[in-house]
Every structure is written in structure tokens, then in C-alpha cells.
Design a protein around this ligand. Structure first.
Ligand code: HOZ
Length: 443
């Protein structure tokens, strides 16, 4: 069935480590080999063997408008005529920076990079320089790219592959990264009192997407803001996934929290490589050439990436976008819960905006069916609860869905993403496919 993908994988393995350029796409956690993709359009993605899938990966988040949105493609074609990169300033960089600053009032100045990893590494350096402190605090299961300081109890591919902490990262550096359980303020408080005056910043995905989708509990982000202020640490929101996704102004506007620094990526490049970090003038002006903190990039603010980003943000700004996304994702969530409850299969679904994850957690024996609006499985609110999921059941679900034309991330510990190109019919198809699988399991 995947003959051509298989042939390409055999070729790729000879010249690319593991045959992939990013481990998250390796299909290792679902005991398979990667699919090779030929093209995509709207809500659909097509593999080299000619299969069509409804795509819930969306290039891991950037494609909130679906694949090949005509306005994004047209503006890219127009820009392409003038060259691909100059290593010099362009007007479009300012246009994108202004759109970002306007959408996120916590961001007075923003620096563009080529990836989210680069942006979060740079934000951390800036936070350390600004506070003159060495340590950072992150949360188990959160992923902020593959910078050395972040590869401690990290989510995404690290969690998916069950990798040990940071081989290759000097232990002296790893020791400067403290970790707490997500949604648990008391641990954060404790770490602050144990390491007084040493923590430069708390970095968090305000809605985690890298251990599956895990929203914050009420008061958690507010509590982080209070604790960081009391301890004169910076609060960094990693909004690489949530920025312009769970609201136009990201998680910070949805939850009404003002972080000191924000890391962005994915959507702001409209599917092309991009990242960004921003915050108050006073902090951002520490960056070279204004200040002494060095960070640079040949392709930073690349004209094509910036063009796709601007086109995407302008479309997202139109009325009704986020309501549509929310309604479609609610339809999906309700459909999953209905079939799970009818077939008595324990699952727990987290959903916020257009992000969702169906976790195959064990049955919650304290829950009665009439209270099961997120499913009959144990709730998922941090890494410890996420990792109770039945990974072999996830894997079976993943492959059966794929065989029915539904493309999910090949890991229990990744978020699903909807786009404005998805239709109610796509969602119904997805639920119908899951229903067949759940019914077979129930027999
Ligand atoms: N943050 C994305 C997955 N959680 C990145 C995908 C990748 O690592 O390839």
C-alpha cells in the first residue's frame, strides 16, 4: 500500500540520519516508516503512492488556512519574481513586525529568525543577559525547540521517542534548567524559594501542544505571572503553536496575561521557515546592534517567509475565522466523545481553539457517563497524566485512521490542528472513520 514511500525511505536512510530531517516525522512511535508526501491542497494531503488524506497535522501547525491558500500562493509568486533573499532589510519585514506588535500588545519590538528553535534559544539568552541570572524553569513535557537548555524533560519528538535527557548537552548547562510539572504552581513556588535570585525566566507553552494538547488550568498562567513578578524573573510565553492560532492575539490575549517575552513561529511564516521573539523595548533593546546581546541570521526575515506570513495574518484578521475554527473543532470533539461513550471506549479529549488531542488514557473509575463530556478516560493535565496513555491503542488507531484517509500526527504526544480549509463534511468523515474503529474494538 505504501510501496513508493517505502522505496524512498530505503533511499533516504542511506543519506539522511534515520531517513528523516526531523525525528517527529519518523513514524517510529507507531512502529512504522515515514510517509513521503507529494503535494497538498486545502484540507488534503497526498502521498507518493497516490493516497489522499484529510490532514490534521498541517505541517505541525503553520497551515491554519490549509494548504496552498490562493492568496498566500499569489503573494508568494509575486515576491518570488524579485528574488529569494538579499541578506538586507526589506519593507515587508517591517510590515510583518508591525502586524505582530499590533496583535500582541506585550510585544513592543520583535526580532525575526528562521525557526522557532532559534527564537526560543535567543529569547533565553536575552532573558539571562537582562536579569543577569543563569537558571531557567521549564515544564515537563513542554518543548521549546532543540536548544541545549531546553532538552530537559522535553516533549514532542523527545517524549515520543522516549529519549533520555540531553546527551551532548554538558551537565553543567543542563543543571541550570529546572523543571516543574505543568499546571502545578506549588512546585514553581518551591523552586523559586530553593533558587532565590538565580532564575532568569520561566518559559511555558501557555497551552501545551507538545505532549498532546494540554490547556492550562484556571489560574495557572496568572499564578506564573505573579510568581515571576514577585521573584523578578521574566515570564516567557512560547507561542510558537498558539500564536495566531487559539486567538489572533495568541494565548496571552485569550487568557489575559502579559508575558515579558513571547516566542513565535509556525503561522507567522504561513508555512515557510520563520520564527520570532519579542517583548518590551527595554528588554529587546539589549539586542545587538543596539545592545550587547548577540543574535543574527543570514535568512532572518527572509522575503518569501515574511510574504507568506503577512498574507496569512491578513486573512486571519477577517471576521469569523476563529469562530469557524472553534466550531469545527467542537464538532470533532463532540463526535469523538459521542462514539467513545456509545462504544464504552475510554478516551480523554482536550481541545482549545483549533488544537485537539484524543488521549487513550485508562478508564477513570470515578467518572459517571453523564459527566463524561471529555470522555471516560483519566484526565490529562500534565506530563505524568499524558504518559498514562495506552500507546499501542493509539498506534492501532493511528494506522486504522490512516488507512481510512485520515492523517493524524504519528504520536500520542502531539496536538492535532484544524484549518479554515476543513469542512464540516471532513469532520463528519473523520468521526465516521473513528466510529468504525471504536465499534470493532467494542466487539
Ligand atoms: N514542534 C513540532 C512538533 N511538536 C515540530 C515538528 C518537528 O519537530 O518536526
Amino acid at each position: 500500500m505504501f510501496q513508493k514511500s517505502e522505496q524512498l525511505y530505503q533511499r533516504a536512510k542511506k543519506c539522511i540520519p534515520g531517513g528523516v530531517n526531523s525525528p517527529a516525522r519518523a513514524f517510529k512511535a507507531v512502529d512504522g516508516n515515514p510517509l513521503f508526501i507529494e503535494r497538498a491542497q486545502g484540507s488534503r494531503i497526498y502521498d507518493v503512492d497516490g493516497h489522499e488524506y484529510i490532514d490534521y497535522v498541517g505541517s505541525w501547525g503553520p497551515l491554519i488556512l490549509g494548504h496552498c491558500h490562493p492568496e498566500v500562493i499569489d503573494s508568494l509568486q509575486e515576491t518570488l519574481k524579485n528574488g529569494t533573499s538579499y541578506g538586507a532589510s526589506t519593507k515587508k519585514e517591517i510590515d510583518l513586525a508591525e502586524l505582530i506588535c499590533e496583535a500582541l500588545p506585550s510585544v513592543e519590538k520583535v526580532r525575526l529568525t528562521s525557526s522557532g528553535t532559534e527564537a526560543s534559544m535567543s529569547a533565553l539568552r536575552l532573558a539571562r543577559a537582562f536579569t543577569k541570572r543563569p537558571m531557567i524553569l521549564k515544564f515537563e513535557g513542554c518543548y521549546h525547540g532543540h536548544g541545549d537548555s531546553f532538552l530537559v524533560k522535553a516533549g514532542s519528538g523527545v517524549a515520543t521517542l522516549g529519549l533520555p535527557d540531553s546527551p551532548g548537552v554538558p551537565s553543567e548547562l543542563a543543571q541550570l534548567t529546572l523543571t516543574s510539572s505543568f499546571n502545578q504552581l506549588s512546585q514553581v513556588e518551591q523552586l523559586f524559594s530553593q533558587h532565590q535570585g538565580k532564575i532568569a525566566a520561566v518559559i511555558v507553552e501557555p497551552v501545551v501542544g507538545n505532549m498532546g494538547c494540554v490547556p492550562p488550568k484556571p489560574g495557572f498562567l496568572k499564578g506564573l505571572r505573579k510568581l515571576t513578578e514577585e521573584n523578578e524573573s521574566l515570564l516567557i510565553f512560547d507561542e510558537v503553536m498558539t500564536g495566531f492560532r487559539i486567538a489572533y492575539g495568541g494565548a496571552q490575549s485569550r487568557f489575559g496575561i502579559t508575558p515579558d517575552l513571547t516566542v513565535l513561529g509556525k503561522i507567522i511564516g504561513g508555512g515557510l521557515p520563520v520564527g520570532a521573539y519579542g517583548g518590551r523595548h527595554k528588554i529587546m533593546d539589549q539586542l545587538a546592534p543596539n545592545g550587547p546581546v548577540y543574535q543574527a541570521g543570514t535568512l532572518s526575515g527572509n522575503p518569501l517567509a515574511v510574504t507568506a506570513g503577512i498574507a496569512t495574518l491578513k486573512i486571519l484578521k477577517r471576521t469569523g475565522t476563529y469562530e469557524k475554527l472553534e466550531n469545527l473543532t467542537s464538532q470533532l470533539e463532540k463526535g469523538f466523545i459521542k462514539i467513545a461513550n456509545e462504544t464504552n471506549i475510554p478516551v480523554f479529549i482536550n481541545h482549545i481553539g483549533s488544537m485537539f488531542t484524543l488521549f487513550f488514557t485508562p478508564r477513570d473509575l470515578n467518572k459517571s457517563p453523564d459527566l463524561s463530556d471529555q470522555g471516560m478516560g483519566l484526565p490529562v493535565f500534565n506530563w505524568d497524566s499524558a504518559k498514562q496513555s495506552d500507546l499501542s491503542r493509539f498506534s492501532e488507531f493511528f494506522w486504522q485512521m490512516l488507512n481510512r484517509g485520515i492523517y493524524l500526527a504519528p504520536s500520542q504526544y502531539e496536538s492535532g490542528f484544524l484549518s479554515t480549509a476543513h469542512t464540516s463534511m471532513d469532520i463528519q468523515n473523520t468521526i465516521d472513520s473513528a466510529e468504525v474503529i471504536f465499534k470493532n474494538w467494542a466487539h
